[in-house]
Design a protein around this ligand. Structure first.
Ligand code: ASP
Length: 580
């Protein structure tokens, strides 16, 4: 090896030892007769000292050539520092250098290799290999590594087998758009990259593997939104002979063990909430439960008093915020503007200030007297000092708007503490969702999800009311994972395809292999997949998944370092039969 130690491990116990270190020059402090140099590697920083009269003139001369990020190899003696630095693990010692080699020179990097910098993200992504030298990003990759190791350990002890499934598969019209891959050998035919290993993991259950997992790369050619990556990693799992309860228990244990081992944080048993309840109380299937402010529906209570906006509304719903009755006019206007920007049919924000003296003052005093307002306050369990915020309109849009307002208040009031974790299983998703643009049902989760047994009779005439054995794990308002119990019966699968608008031929053509497999002894099975990138971000209290991916794409789906996607030559296109 080119070194005897790393830059992060030497301490007083090593004083007197002759060592060899390698690393990057972090900083040079030249004080004339003495100069100090911080040497950095993945493990930390070690201070080197060069002194006229002690260090040889050749070394001093060589040292003068050094610049930031040069790579050097030094030999020297570990000595005790006179001025110790308690803030760094190697702060008690320094190395008196007696040999120096420049292993590689470095240009001045386009931004500083320090923990806090203000370089733009695009520049940092272009020089990702330099950005990854900085502690915050390096530590993110180490955290991700730990999560992957712990995942493997947990699943291994629970009898899961790690199995790889193919990357070159077949395009299907379900779900998001596929990335398609042409092939030279079969012109006019295309592979697709997997959106998830869903069908393969189900086939592994038919194959009798019983418990499968994979840290699977998935690809979705979706419209880009902030912080969405076209390729991402799932912790993908499938189990045979289990109920939904077994799956929730196994993976609650998994997430708890991750938080324990990585954050030293004991998570209490997870909340459970049905999809219907989540929508009704929080207006979203991803509620952030680090804070309260549940919705209270007021429709009946407020209608019939001459206030047209409420009278015409499908839903009138509010939240109340403690200690906010004295919000200024300006603050309230800001909240109103915020809700107005949201799309959909929610009408203007109505507020009621519940003053400490018990007086209620609202933006709709023209229509409602004290007795009315106090009945609202009572329904919302508001107390003096609270601010009541109410929206009205079409149900979905109103819930959506109030949910956004609730989250905004949570953030504004500092209730979204990144060191707090509020996991919740959202269960009983609807099997189907009506898509008003295509005028057909879509699978809420995916077409392989099983309906609840007791809801199967609704398949014939009330499909939208069917609940699925599907579940999501949400932590702090972020969907961390989701899965379902699957259909394992050919005729039920055919029925669901039919509801989703597949003709029998189309279903056979797309998914015939799966339905055939169901006829050769398919066990009852189910599974779940967690977004690894997102899980790391949540564990670290971060918003962005990009900083947990070594080489991510930017918001336009581009890799600005290698400059992908890029065009290919006409020759390649001809070989692929894409251009003649
Ligand atoms: N394949 C599903 C997904 O990617 C997860 C699952 O049902 O296991 O969302």
């Amino acid at each position: 090896m080119l070194r005897t130690h790393t830059c992060g491990e030497l301490s007083l116990g090593h004083v007197g030892l002759h060592v060899t270190l390698c690393g990057w020059v972090q900083k040079i402090r030249d004080k004339g007769a003495i100069s100090w140099l911080d040497l950095r590697d993945r493990y930390g920083l070690t201070q080197l000292i060069l002194e006229e009269g002690i260090t040889t003139p050749e070394i001093l001369q060589l040292a003068r050539l050094l610049g930031r990020e040069y790579i050097i190899q030094v030999q020297g003696i570990v000595i005790e520092r006179s001025a110790k630095n308690q803030n760094m693990p190697t702060g008690d010692i320094e190395i008196r250098v007696n040999a120096l080699d420049i292993l590689n020179a470095a240009k001045t990097p386009p931004f500083l290799i320090e923990d806090k910098i203000d370089a733009g993200e695009e520049l940092r992504m272009q020089y990702r290999y330099l950005d990854l030298r900085r502690n915050p990003l390096k530590n993110n990759l180490l955290l991700r590594h730990q999560v992957m190791q712990q995942t493997r350990a947990y699943l291994d002890t629970h009898q899961f087998v790690e199995i790889e499934t193919p990357m070159l598969i077949k395009s299907t019209p379900e779900g998001a758009r596929d990335f398609v891959v042409p092939t030279r050998l079969q012109q006019g035919q295309f592979y697709a990259l997997p959106q998830s290993p869903q069908l393969f993991k189900q086939l592994l259950m038919v194959a009798g593997l019983d418990r499968y997992y994979q840290l699977a790369r998935c690809f979705r050619d979706e419209d880009l939104r902030a912080d969405r990556q076209p390729e991402f990693t799932q912790i993908d799992c499938e189990l045979s002979f289990v109920t939904q309860e077994d799956i929730l228990a196994t993976f609650e244990g998994f997430i708890q063990s991750l938080f324990q081992q990585i954050k030293n944080h004991a998570l209490a048993p997870f909340h459970r909430m049905t999809y219907a309840e989540a929508m009704q109380r929080y207006g979203t299937d991803k509620p952030d439960l680090r804070f309260g402010f549940p919705f209270v529906e007021l429709t009946r209570l407020v209608q019939g008093q001459g206030f047209q906006v409420f009278n015409a509304a499908q839903l009138v719903v509010g939240i109340c915020v403690p200690a906010a009755a004295d919000y200024t006019r300006k603050q309230l206007d800001e909240l109103t503007d915020f809700t107005k920007q949201l799309t959909g049919g929610a009408q203007g924000l109505v507020y009621v200030r519940y003053h400490l003296d018990g007086n209620l003052k609202s933006s709709v005093d023209k229509f409602y007297d004290q007795a009315h307002l106090s009945s609202w306050a009572k329904a919302m369990q508001a107390q003096p000092g609270y601010l009541l915020l109410i929206l009205a309109g079409e149900t979905q849009a109103t819930r959506h708007a109030l949910s956004a307002l609730r989250l905004k208040l949570g953030h504004d009031l500092g209730l979204c503490d990144p060191t707090k974790f509020a996991p919740v299983w959202v269960v009983d998703f609807p099997l189907l969702t009506w898509d008003s643009t295509t005028k057909r049902y879509q699978a809420t989760h995916h077409p392989f999800t099983a309906p609840k047994l007791e809801d199967i009779p609704l398949l014939e005439n009330k499909p939208e009311a069917i609940r699925a054995n599907a579940y999501d794990l949400v932590i702090n308002g972020v969907e961390i994972g989701g899965g379902s119990i699957r259909i394992h019966d050919r005729s039920l699968q055919e029925k669901v395809f039919n509801l989703l608008g597949f003709s029998p031929e189309a279903a056979r053509q797309q998914f015939g292999f799966l339905m055939d497999a169901f006829e050769y002894g398919a066990p009852p099975h189910g599974g779940i997949a967690f977004g690894l990138d997102r899980l790391c971000a949540v564990l670290d209290g971060e918003d962005s998944i990009r900083s947990f991916i070594a080489f991510p794409k930017n918001n336009a789906g581009r890799d600005v370092m290698i400059k992908a996607p890029a065009s290919v030559t006409d020759e390649q296109l001809r070989e692929l039969g894409i251009r003649l």
